[in-house]
Design a protein around this ligand. Structure first.
Ligand code: SAJ
Length: 420
């Protein structure tokens, strides 16, 4: 059993803390967010993640997990899982990692383990963390073990993936990597691969960058398809029958605090990240591409009401961070367009409507932005009755064209250039 301090009890830190606590470790979730810490000590959570509420309640009641706004003094292991946002100029904002690292130094003891889980630019462990940790007077790698072990968990299935995904452990030396591997074997049934800290940083970034560049390819295909008179979704479906082709899906943009941000860490650090930079620009162009499509369909904005179905960054979760739909919504607000934004999952402070049909009432155009399960099998006859206009724009290939058209509505699909 070890005393573990998880610094940052957010989307990654809290599930990780709960998992270690469920294996008998004594875990303290250290966070500056008093609301999160107080909720934790009540056995509650402030994020939506299936199964997490029950697990947190169980380990808090067992006494193995507590929250604190102070860094505990007697930890054996420190896991840093704080945000690594991007500045407006697309450079990495590493202040939270730096602050978290500094908070460890006064309590650091021989034999301690320090793990960076936060997704970070290459060389963060070597160039940012080690000089700070060395202020303790202890020798890194022999008296204190240091590693980077990025998470790969998919929001919405976090607890399952924490347990089953393979993990990369990148140590500043082999002793560090071995010590951290032994620790993660308590919660991870997947393969645990050993490497260097900087290689681990690069792996994490390349995993998400691979996805972002492939989504950009799909978005570029959508634009080309509208230009050339084909349906991008049909091209993708047929091309993916090739055994080694996996075209991704177009959409109204790429959101989330990972795919939309991580590639910028490489653009900042390498002058060779040209394709990666272009991919980000293509994906970030999609909210405006959809905005222009709305404007063209309506023949300009003249007081119409518009309905956005879904504002989170992906289906069936509450997270709106970097959501492209939030960008689209603010573009419409800037043009003084009346918008009913409907989302059954977004947290209440976002200010969304919850009822689809109320959101469609007197609407000139309904845009399906996020394929939440609640938007499947809608009653389009009822929507037709409620709307003032008849335009339905599907940005996710989620609705059935025939069903929509049978109700007397005009169905448009992002990336479908047929019937131009
Ligand atoms: N998206 C598309 N088209 C696609 C796939 C996704 O437009 O074909 C959009 C989604 O709508 C969303 C965004 O991309 O706005 C990102 O969605 P996602 O499900 O791909 O990514 P995340 O951020 O929920 O999770 C990713 C995962 N990384 C990979 O799949 C390589 C997850 O494993 C990581 O742990 C996570 O980022 C992270 O925390 O880094």
């Amino acid at each position: 059993m070890k005393n573990i301090c998880v610094i940052g009890i957010g989307y990654v830190g809290l599930p990780t803390a709960a998992m270690f606590a469920s294996k008998g470790h004594k875990v303290v979730g250290f966070d500056v967010n008093k609301k999160a810490v107080n909720a934790l000590n009540r056995g509650e959570i402030i994020i939506e993640e299936p199964g997490l509420k029950e697990l947190v309640k169980q380990v808090v009641e067992s006494g193995n997990l507590t929250g604190s706004t102070e860094c505990p003094e007697d930890s054996d292991v420190y896991i840093i899982a704080v945000p690594t946002p991007i500045n407006p100029d697309k450079t990495a904002d590493m202040r939270y990692v730096e602050t978290a690292t500094r908070s460890i130094v006064p309590n650091l003891r021989e034999g301690n383990i320090v793990i960076l889980e936060s997704t970070s630019p290459p060389r963060t462990v070597e160039d940012l963390m080690l000089p700070i940790l060395s202020e303790s007077g202890l020798e890194m790698g022999t008296q204190v073990y240091v590693a980077h072990s990025p998470e790969r968990i998919l929001p919405g299935q976090v607890l399952y993936e924490l347990r089953t995904n393979s993990r990369i452990v990148g140590g500043i030396n082999d002793e560090s990597a071995q010590a951290v591997k032994a620790l993660y074997e308590d919660i991870c049934e997947g393969e645990i691969c050993i490497t260097t800290a900087t290689t681990a940083e690069m792996c994490k970034l390349m995993e998400n960058t691979f996805r972002d560049v492939n989504i950009a390819l799909a978005n570029e295909l959508a634009k080309m398809s509208e230009e050339l008179g084909v349906n991008a979704w049909e091209v993708i479906s047929l091309a993916n029958k090739h055994p080694r082709v996996n075209l991704h899906s177009p959409g109204p943009g790429v959101g989330g605090h990972c795919i939309a941000l991580d590639p910028w860490f490489l653009v900042e650090k390498s002058k060779n990240a040209l394709l990666i930079n272009q991919g980000r620009l293509i994906n970030d162009s999609m909210p405006e591409y959809v905005f222009e499509k709305i404007k063209d369909t309506l023949g300009g904005f003249n007081g119409q009401l518009i309905t956005l179905l879904g504002v989170t960054y992906k289906p069936d979760i509450d997270d709106v961070r970097e959501s492209p739909i939030m960008k689209l919504w603010s573009m419409l607000k800037k043009e003084k367009v009346a918008v009913n934004a409907c989302d059954p999952h977004a947290n209440e402070k976002v200010g969304c409507m919850r009822d689809v049909y109320a959101a469609c009432y007197r609407s000139s155009m309904v845009i399906l932005c996020v394929n939440h399960k609640e938007f499947k099998d809608l009653d389009f006859d009822k929507i037709k009755e409620l709307m003032e206009g008849d335009a339905i724009l599907d940005t996710r290939n989620y609705f059935d064209r025939e069903t929509v058209e049978k109700a007397g509505l005009k169905y448009m699909l992002l990336g479908d250039g047929r019937n131009k």
